[in-house]
Design a protein. Structure first.
Length: 162
């Protein structure tokens, strides 16, 4: 399966660890803004955080994911949710307008397009987390290890895995 190809699987595992780490950091630092970006060799963590706090959170996240707390791999602020919402809402809104050439017809169909967009938005709410769980993250970290966490510049840390 394509999701199990090495680079993709490593990215999905790092994405799960990124989410779990952010969950734990958010509990320790409520209200602090943070974000992440995963790739096959780890993830970047953006936020005004101390390196030692990231080490603690990432290590705990690693342990908890490996002991079966797969829910930590799903995060409501994930780009998967945002992309799913945008794509479904826009596609559903486009559906009643497709093929219309007359501006008058388009104007008359706008209320239907808006209703369809709302339907797409509602459908995206369960679909985004489902896509995270089964496509964009992998909570089973396998043999992955946290190798290092280094500050890149103020507000940016690099979590390196292997």
């Amino acid at each position: 399966m394509i999701l199990d190809l090495p680079y993709i699987l490593e990215t999905r595992r790092n994405h799960a660890l990124e989410h779990a780490t952010i969950h734990l950091l958010s509990r320790k630092h409520p209200g602090k803004r943070m974000a992440g970006h995963s790739n096959p060799t780890g993830f970047f963590l953006l936020g005004d955080l101390v390196t030692q706090d990231i080490w603690s959170a990432a290590t705990e996240a690693y342990t908890r994911l490996n002991s079966g707390e797969s829910g930590l791999a799903i995060h409501p602020g994930c780009g998967t949710n945002l992309a799913t919402t945008a794509l479904l809402s826009a596609t559903f809104a486009w559906f009643p307008l497709r093929g219309t050439r007359s501006m008058l017809w388009r104007l008359m169909l706008v209320p239907f397009a808006l209703m369809f967009a709302v339907a797409g938005y509602q459908l995206s709410k369960p679909l985004g987390p489902w896509l995270q769980k089964y496509v964009t993250t992998e909570a089973d970290l396998g043999e992955m290890k946290i190798v290092d966490i280094t500050p890149v510049r103020r507000g940016v840390h690099r979590v390196i895995t292997r």
